[in-house]
Ligand binder design. Sequence first.
Ligand SMILES: Nc1nc2c(ncn2[C@@H]2O[C@H](COP(=O)(O)OP(=O)(O)OP(=O)(O)O)[C@@H](O)[C@H]2O)c(=O)[nH]1
Length: 348
Amino acid sequence: MKPILQNLADMTTHRDHVRLEVSVLSTLQKLSSVNDVRALEIFNDAGVPSLRPRTWLANGKFVSTRSQASTDPRREPLAHYPALNDCIANHCDSAMASLRRGSYTLWLPVWMQDKVATCLEITRSRPFSAHSLDVVKGIFQVYKNYQSLLEYSERDALTGLLNRKTFDEQFSQLNAPQLPGDSGLTPLCSTLPDEDESEPLQQWLALVDIDNFKQINDRFGHLFGDEVLILIANLLRKSFRSEDQIFRFGGEEFVVLLRSATLPTARKVLERFRGAVQDHTFPQVGHITVSIGFVGADKGAPVEVLGLADQALYYAKEHGRNQVHYYDDLVAQGLLQAKVAHDDVELF
Ligand SMILES: Nc1nc2c(ncn2[C@@H]2O[C@H](COP(=O)(O)OP(=O)(O)OP(=O)(O)O)[C@@H](O)[C@H]2O)c(=O)[nH]1
């Protein structure tokens, strides 16, 4: 039992979801009769509930992929696994099935409120006894508790969006080399269905700032100001895809990282969000607007990319607000200088 306790202790040293996942899988894999362990990602593939392996064992080592679920060639409809499919449909804690002779599989979905995005899969050569189930579920509980603590520390308490600390950590990893063992799967299709195939896909960083927010606080009070922030966060969540990431930067500023989008798509979705805010009626407060500046996320170090997006945002603020501006357009039109000393850029 000692190695398992040691593994449990190791599990809680990780501050990163992928490493935590590898750690729980390697703990489970050490249990007797366990042949295979995987972490599955559960997602919607164009309306079809689907799964794909996210972390798995290959030649004695764990492999993890960061590629997008919707382009992963390993993805499968959830319906291929009827026991797991029923379990998720009925919000159950676990499911079991024998998929082959002499092979017994247990699935443990990780529920976060009423949603499941991850599921652990453990396959044994013998049926799961009551004792082995107790041990597996005990380890799983420690993992889940730790996972929710980690999740909590990554979020802003008011809006539930990812916080600034998480942005700093994740954005610096964006162009960093992949984790050891990361297979970096090549996407099956490199464009989304509605995208122009001649345009390259890339990541975009958008800075979103509520216009004249101080006036809202001053006129209606901080509680209404807070309510506006929560409603804007909800509109942000509704407006972008699940693989995009949305952060509250503090105050009335938000960052959206758009994953794998063409420039026309980035313009379209940001403009659509700006319009959604303009059309929304906020209780008591009425109508408000947002200004947005965006830029390619590969334009340099995080502080530089933020600085460029901030210049485009500042331009929108100075020229009437309620606008979306792309940094490169402003430079091409001679409306912004391409090179500004970084010390001169006012960053939040
Ligand atoms: N209610 C509420 N207000 C906040 C919070 N964080 C920051 N603020 C307020 O947000 C306001 C930001 O005001 P400014 O930076 O002057 O910007 P603005 O009024 O939006 O003006 P522009 O950005 O130029 O359109 C300040 O009054 C802050 O007190 C918060 O968590 N809740």
